[in-house]
Design a protein around this ligand. Sequence first.
Ligand code: HEM
Length: 131
Amino acid sequence: MDDAALIEHSLELVAARVGDPAPLVYARLFAQFPELEALFVRDVSGIVRGNMLTTTLECLVDFAGARAYAHHFVGSERVNHGGLGVPAEMFDRFYATVIATFREVLGAAWTAEIDGAWTRAAEGLVAAARE
Ligand code: HEM
């Protein structure tokens, strides 16, 4: 499997284990950086958080595969998020939070191959978005 397929496969495994992973991802984010929770104060229903996570995952698959848009999109969101009060270094480490969450969810099913695909794509995308 190529990296995009490995990432998609691991997303299916995560969904099969926990359904919607958004609550776990944001719980981990806010446990580590409590100050970020207040930024989502308007997102009473969680829809924005859900959309944001979905978008980040779609961008990762795009960057690992077709590379059609993700680096441009994430690059402009990086700037937009500065206006929302999200420091650039926090923005850049969101994928690390996602990876840590999914690694814990999948346990032994998070293989070295899957880890490599996620790490390559996330590091590459974050670096490309900064350019
Ligand atoms: C720790 C890192 C991040 C924080 C704290 C954060 C914070 C936020 C907040 C507070 C909002 C809601 C804005 C509002 O009230 O209108 C939001 C929306 C959004 N974020 Fe992030 N963000 C982070 C990382 C990212 C990354 C890496 C992406 C990459 C694509 C991203 C994409 C989006 C998108 C697309 C939305 C709009 C969702 C919607 O309105 O449906 N965010 N983010």
